[in-house]
Design a protein around this ligand. Structure first.
Ligand code: 26Q
Length: 833
């Protein structure tokens, strides 16, 4: 059926370098895939060969691939059940899965057969991949971490189920108008999602509102009934999570909210049939949209509804399975279950577990508490105190009256413990209370997380240490053994094998294919770093990747990048602590040097910046606008033509990182020390051969430790120095004492970049000069500019740069999420076995 499909120019593909292959199941031959592809195209989707859209072919292919997972999926479920394994439930409000097709082909090892089968359609696999929308059900690092973890859990054959929310609208689409971010909805399900399977029979009911009915039962015990509730149905949609070339397929279960029939007619008390049907909206709102903030969104009730909806539906799911297999005997429940809470967002699960065990299964408080605190584990992802979630008791109590009751009881018993340990220490009790005092008492979700869990972990060594010394110090004194550290990681399947086939193929040819499962094997590359046969292929791969990135930047930003130049990249959410502003100051400085004729022999460079700002985060949006206007000024300046290009990439997401990290030379990780909990983009860049310019923050410290000072451009204040300097910080005198910085400020203040009107960047200038500017941008300027100079000089000499780049890849083994997941497995989930 040779046929041309209408096309949009795809990015040039990388040379195909396939790893050594294992024998295939017979149904995975190109001929079988071709047969199924036709069948799904014609029958499942009802298309004929004159069908218009390439999208149907993508869908037919996705179903063809999904079919190849369902058998293993069922077998995996049966195996877990038969072996009575201990289950892990990963509870997360966010999963940034990105696209599924390419990753599924890689893990199932049928990419070559699919390419072969597609020949008859005159359509490259890459073109079909472009048809898939990113599943952008997350904001940034925390959501992508959850996705990397699922890949590693399936690959390591650990029985982990991811639980999350099936947002109708994921992370907003970012467009830039006049240099300003504009948010657009992301209707990612609009054209269907062939990867998901609905399981309405496993729906659960989640209660909201209502009141408590307290009564004495036959034995005289005080019992509570939560009545007159407004119920919402939680309907599960399952996604298969295939392990890398093994037989395991785990599950990501995403809940969608729907109205119950009773909600419509009786309980919501609607005036008429049509009003009742219209009232479905209330229920369906819950899973409508992802909150697009990566810090806190103060007190939005809908967000709390989402959190409870996730927690309740997921716990009911796990408990339902337990009672199916064990009846009402919960004695070994904690031996067979653990819940990993991805930040405070799902910590209401702690109170919900108590409610389900006590109210629905009749357990006494102490037994329920023992089970809860033996099954819950909490991961913290931030040190920013303003990002610690808390909810007004009044709001919480109205929405979830039974849960606030339980939280008060948990708190009372906890505070009695604090009193026993530190008698009379009223201050400490107030500091540690789950309920804060004052006119508007709040529920502190992080404290609930600590009190109700057996494990509390940070996500890098520095972050975990700072947690115990600052935010959670009192709790650390009480329960030192609860606290532990699990340094983040990223999956080398998506972030090397899939996104950088050229490099992956070269690595396999050089050291064998073992690295995809054991990333430490990359150390073997060191032995080849000086081998000209290896380095010449390495340079060819890097050039291809930079060429591909240049095409991408041209297509998405309209800016010409030259593959010979230094590719200097910062992509991440916009946040003051991440200091995109420091990057901009450096760009302005280069621009200034060029204009004043002091470029000397300057290394030409292309700077790429991308990321989204939370819609309500005014300062972040201003900085984003400044990036765009500086880019416009620089790119329009004839004197800069041969030395400097700046591009802002709109709508940065998982799929763009797959093109960006393989083509990056210099990875910018320049947060104010003590603020980036870990960072994971830093790891993706390193694994693909970028060298880091960075501060001693988060996992940068461990990256530096792994790769050595000679292969990392380190600068800036340490976390300790930042803390000390804050007391007496005088940016004005720093600016006055540094002529480069003074000139940069002068350019900014003169309105040189005020392309959208005078004074638009006044707040930014004011912030840099403010003695309480928390991110110490001016203080780190000198060190940063010097480090950038060192990086440029090193890049100018390929005999220096190439070994640095190879050293980074070779040292990246520790940053595989397989290592991270083994650490969770041995240190938290199956600890003591
Ligand atoms: C909370 C309340 C209301 C609305 C939104 C939120 C919210 C949503 C998302 C708060 C935080 C987040 C996401 C945080 C996040 O991505 N943190 C990052 O986690 C990564 C994985 O551990 C780390 O590598 C990063 O350092 C950390 O910033």
């Amino acid at each position: 059926m040779g046929r041309k499909l209408n096309s949009r120019a795809p990015l040039p593909d990388l040379p195909a370098e396939d790893s050594r292959r294992e024998p295939h199941a017979p149904e995975d031959s190109a001929a079988d895939i071709s047969r199924d592809l036709h069948r799904h195209f014609e029958y499942t989707l009802g298309r004929d060969e004159f069908g218009e859209s390439r999208h149907y072919l993508y869908t037919a292919l996705a179903i063809t691939i999904r079919d190849r997972m369902v058998g293993r999926w069922r077998a995996t479920r049966e195996r877990y059940r038969r072996d009575r394994v201990k289950r892990v439930s990963y509870l997360s409000m966010e999963y940034l899965m990105g696209r599924t097709l390419g990753n599924a082909l890689l893990n199932l090892d049928i990419g070559e057969e699919v390419r072969e089968a597609l020949k008859a359609w005159s359509c490259a696999l890459e073109q079909l991949e472009e048809e898939e929308a990113d599943a952008g059900l997350g904001n940034g690092g925390l959501g992508r971490l959850a996705a990397c973890f699922l890949d590693s859990c399936a690959t390591l054959e650990i029985p982990v189920t991811g639980y999350g929310i099936r947002y109708e609208y994921g992370m907003f689409r970012q467009i830039i108008e006049g240099g300003v971010q504009v948010e657009q909805p992301d209707p990612w399900l609009r054209h269907g999602n062939p990867w998901e399977i609905e399981s309405p029979d496993a729906s659960r009911r989640v209660k909201f509102f209502g009141r408590l009915d307290k009564y004495q039962d036959e034995t005289g015990e005080l019992q509570v009934r939560w009545v007159d509730t407004t119920d919402v149905l939680a309907v599960p949609w399952d996604l298969p999570v295939p392990g890398y070339r093994n037989q395991t397929v785990n599950t990501l279960r995403l809940w969608k909210s729907e109205a119950t029939d009773r909600f419509n007619l009786a309980e919501f008390n609607a005036g008429s049939y049509t009003d009742a049907v219209a009232a479905k909206n209330l229920a369906e709102q819950i899973t409508m949209v992802l909150y697009p903030s990566d810090a806190s969104e103060a007190g939005k009730e809908l967000r709390l509804r989402q959190q409870y909806f996730l927690a309740s539906a997921s716990l009911q799911d796990v408990i339902w399975r337990w009672t199916r297999d064990h009846g009402e005997d919960f004695s070994d429940f904690a031996g067979k279950n653990v819940f990993q809470l991805n930040d405070t967002h799902p910590t209401v699960a702690i109170a919900e577990m108590m409610r389900l065990l006590i109210d629905d299964h009749g357990l006494p408080w102490d037994a329920a508490w023992a089970i809860t605190t033996e099954t819950m584990a909490y991961t913290n992802h931030t040190l920013l105190p303003e990002a610690l979630e808390s909810w007004r008791v009044s709001l919480f109590g109205q929405l979830l009256p039974r849960l606030i009751d339980i939280i008060f009881e948990i708190n009372a018993r906890f505070l009695a413990r604090v009193e026993a340990r530190w008698p009379g220490d009223q201050d400490r009790r107030e500091r540690m209370s789950i309920i804060s005092g004052g006119d508007h008492p709040m529920v502190r979700m992080a404290y609930l997380g600590i009190v109700g869990s057996f494990s509390v972990n940070g996500v890098s060594e520095l972050h975990s240490k700072l947690l115990t010394q600052t935010l959670f110090r009192d709790f650390f004194e009480l329960w030192p053994a609860k606290f532990n550290s699990k340094t983040n990681g990223v999956t080398p399947r998506r972030w090397l094998a899939h996104c950088n086939r050229g490099l992956g193929g070269l690595v396999t040819d050089t050291i064998g294919a073992g690295w995809t499962r054991d990333l430490n094997a990359l150390e073997g590359l060191n032995a080849h770093a000086a081998d000209p046969a290896f380095t010449s292929r390495f340079l060819a791969v890097r050039r291809d990747n930079k060429q591909r990135l240049a095409h991408f930047v041209q297509r998405e930003c309209g800016v010409d990048f030259h593959p010979e130049w230094l590719f200097d990249v910062q992509v991440k959410r916009f946040h003051e602590y991440k200091r995109q502003l420091l990057n901009v100051l450096h760009i302005i400085h280069l621009h200034d040097r060029i204009l004043r004729g002091d470029a000397g022999p300057m290394q030409p460079r292309c700077v790429l910046i991308g990321g989204k700002a939370a819609p309500g985060y005014v300062m972040a949006k201003r900085i984003l606008q400044l990036v765009n206007h500086v880019a416009e000024a620089v790119n329009g300046e004839p004197a800069c033509r041969d030395l400097l290009r700046v591009a802002f990439l709109p709508d940065y997401r998982v799929t763009s990182m797959e093109v960006i990290c393989p083509g990056t030379d210099l990875s910018q990780q320049i947060s104010t020390a003590g603020n980036e909990a870990s960072g994971t983009g830093n790891m993706k860049f390193m694994m693909n051969g970028a060298v880091t310019i960075g501060t001693l923050d988060g996992a940068n410290i461990e990256i530096l430790d792994a790769v050595g000072e000679d292969n990392f451009f380190l600068f800036g204040l340490t976390a300790g120095q930042v803390r000390e300097r804050r007391a007496n910080y005088q940016p004005d005198s720093i600016i006055a004492g540094d002529s480069d910085l003074a000139r940069v400020m002068q350019l900014l203040e003169s309105g040189h970049f005020d392309l959208a009107g005078e004074g638009v960047f006044r707040d930014i200038i004011g912030a840099i000069r403010h003695p309480h500017e928390p991110w110490m941008t001016a203080a780190d300027f000198r060190g940063y500019v010097d480090a950038q100079r060192r990086a440029a000089a090193a890049f100018a000499d390929p005999a220096r740069w190439t070994p640095m780049s190879i050293a980074n890849i070779a040292a990246s083994g520790r940053f595989s999420s397989d290592r991270t997941i083994r650490d969770y497995r041995d240190g938290i989930w199956y600890q003591g076995r």
